[in-house]
Design a protein around this ligand. Sequence first.
Ligand SMILES: Cc1ncc(COP(=O)(O)OP(=O)(O)O)c(N)n1
Ligand SMILES: Cc1nc(C(=O)O)sc1CCOP(=O)(O)O
Ligand SMILES: [Mg+2]
Length: 223
Amino acid sequence: MTIRPRLYLVTPPEIDPAAFPDLLSRTLEAGDVACLQLRLKNADGPAEDSAIRKAVERIRPICHNHDVALILNDNPTLAAELGCDGVHVGQEDTPYAEARRIVGPDAIVGVTCHDSRHLAMLAAEQGADYVAFGAFFPTGTKQAKTRAEVELLQWWSELMEVPCVAIGGITVDNCRPLVEAGADFLAVVGGVWNHPDGPAAAVAAFNRLFDEAAEATGKKPRR
Ligand SMILES: Cc1ncc(COP(=O)(O)OP(=O)(O)O)c(N)n1
Ligand SMILES: Cc1nc(C(=O)O)sc1CCOP(=O)(O)O
Ligand SMILES: [Mg+2]
């Protein structure tokens, strides 16, 4: 067996609840996707909660039919209430321990660690299911706080058991160094949804590249 990362798909910040489910189905049919993070950022307060509820209701069965875990961004309370498989929290969101208490021991809890070894070790010690590093490349999706270097992934993957996620400006064309450095998951927004040939083509292309890289490196898995 060889090391092969998996795709961690993140939704666009705003989705059309009527059209997105079909697009998502076609996208997930195109190749392996480990999880989908629902990350809606263009509404606040009750409007945001209502958009999340509507989206989860439609998206959750599609994810589960494709064996894709549904992770909710930022909101452990809604993640638990709506039956999501996990939650992703940042450094300014609900702290890890509180998020874990809310979603329970079996749910996935991932933590943003920017470019910080210290934050990642803290999150892993506390019990996070994955640590996320970024941004690796310029991104138009959000104003990223930090730039992370590829060496961080190599250091982490050689020393630690907890999986690491790379995020920020990742595309089919620029991701190979992250794969070779040992990223367990590549988290992608624009590189999939804005791909010139469409999101299904992007998912297929990422998976082809992961297969090629795994064959070329021929490295043994670290766990
Ligand atoms: C997989 C993954 N990694 C990092 C982030 C960023 O989380 P955060 O810093 O809380 O920023 P927002 O996404 O909430 O804007 C993420 N969402 N997913
Ligand atoms: C949501 C997010 N978090 C980041 C971080 O650095 O923590 S970068 C980012 C945006 C990811 O979108 P795209 O794949 O379009 O660049
Ligand atoms: Mg957040």
